[in-house]
Design a protein around this ligand. Sequence first.
Ligand SMILES: Nc1nc2c(ncn2[C@@H]2O[C@H](COP(=O)(O)OP(=O)(O)OP(=O)(O)O)[C@@H](O)[C@H]2O)c(=O)[nH]1
Ligand SMILES: [Zn+2]
Length: 221
Amino acid sequence: MATTLSNQSSDSLNGDENACASEGPAQPSQPAAEVDREAIKDAVRTILKAVGEDPDRAGLVETPRRVADMYAEMFSGLHKQPSRHLQVVFPETYDELVLVSDIRFTSMCEHHLLPFSGVAHVGYMPNGKVTGLSKLARVVEEVARRPQVQERMTQQIADLIEKELNTNGVVVVVEAEHSCMSIRGVKKPGSMTLTSALRGVFKTCQATRAEVMSLINRPSR
Ligand SMILES: Nc1nc2c(ncn2[C@@H]2O[C@H](COP(=O)(O)OP(=O)(O)OP(=O)(O)O)[C@@H](O)[C@H]2O)c(=O)[nH]1
Ligand SMILES: [Zn+2]
């Protein structure tokens, strides 16, 4: 894997604790009431005209509706509260690592409204309770389905789990390819961006951090 450590969070993969300061709290998302399909359809007609197309030709007549449906799907996370999934918990004394790796996602780069896709690895150290494994993937899915930057998406997933599960530690690693970098602009297909958010014991204990990173990067993946 060619890894471009672009904008890698400073609380990431090296052992220098002085380099582990947080970059500050994640930006809260701004929930809108709901996706306004009619407004999107009007906007798509405007764009089609602006690029020199005829929005009334047969092949394009349904395009504004399709794009409105697509945005409703891609931005559905704006209208959901992912924290609700983490309220499904089971009391357990297990207090070692829980790691769900390779959770596939597609999000939308908020700069270009082009998709970025990849995998998220989400782990935590339980503190008296565990949540359903699928709930971690549901959180990734809903946080991704918003206009995003990868760094904020990574932070938001970690913050939600830390807050809702009262864990001893959280680790989130996201690897993604940004189509705004691969199909346009600088045109570097295959370049991967890696971001990480570490909380609790994953931040303070170098050995624990090294162990989870070795599991995430294990050769059999
Ligand atoms: N940090 C960060 N940058 C992103 C993300 N997604 C896209 N970008 C970058 O956002 C930047 C926007 O830069 P601008 O100069 O404003 O826009 P642009 O002229 O389209 O830039 P180019 O992509 O370089 O052509 C680009 O460098 C993108 O690669 C992300 O998740 N995180
Ligand atoms: Zn972009």
